[in-house]
Design a protein around this ligand. Structure first.
Ligand SMILES: [Zn+2]
Ligand SMILES: [Zn+2]
Length: 161
């Protein structure tokens, strides 16, 4: 059976990257838990494996992985960069309240067609970002509204003695 580490090393080599310990650790962490990781989150996980690794070193590894097509950077406007191991084309929905990022499955909207930008611009990808609120934040917002409606502002009188 091929272990995940062996897979990671194979993929690094296939992408023309040397298998340094930080690269193996970063890519293994990204793959171990699918999602959209902030650099500091990746760094914390990698430190759990390797001990002292600077956040900048982790950032450099993520950059290299992105260049090699082994990781994808997601950077919603105004948000911190996130990285994910899922590099196949998919779009994202971003929660305005907590910043949670949800993958949109391919096919959840009409096929992306490259626009003709003109001026010799060579279009390579179209990304869609859906902004809104995740279920948790939407629920919290609704109960806040409800709280405003049901809260009785009159102070309760002390019980008679
Ligand atoms: Zn949220
Ligand atoms: Zn994603």
């Amino acid at each position: 059976m091929t272990t995940m580490t062996e897979h990671v090393e194979q993929d690094l080599r296939a992408a023309g990257l040397r298998c340094t310990a930080p690269r193996v650790a970063v890519l293994s962490e990204l793959r171990a838990e699918p999602g959209h990781w902030r650099v500091d989150e990746v760094a914390a996980a990698v430190r759990g494996r390797l001990g002292r690794v600077s956040t900048q070193a982790v950032y450099d590894v993520l950059d290299a992985l992105e260049d090699a097509g082994l990781a994808r950077r997601v950077q919603p406007a105004g948000g911190a960069a996130r990285f994910e191991a899922r590099t196949t084309g998919h779009d994202h929905a971003v929660c305005r309240s907590c910043g949670a990022i949800v993958d949109l499955e391919p096919g959840s909207r009409s096929p992306r067609r490259l626009p003709d930008v003109g001026d010799g611009f060579v279009a390579e990808a179209v990304e869609l970002t859906v902004w809104g609120r995740c279920a948790t934040c939407a629920e919290a917002a609704t109960s806040e509204d409800r709280a405003v409606v049901v809260t009785d502002p009159t102070p309760h009188p002390d019980p008679p003695e």
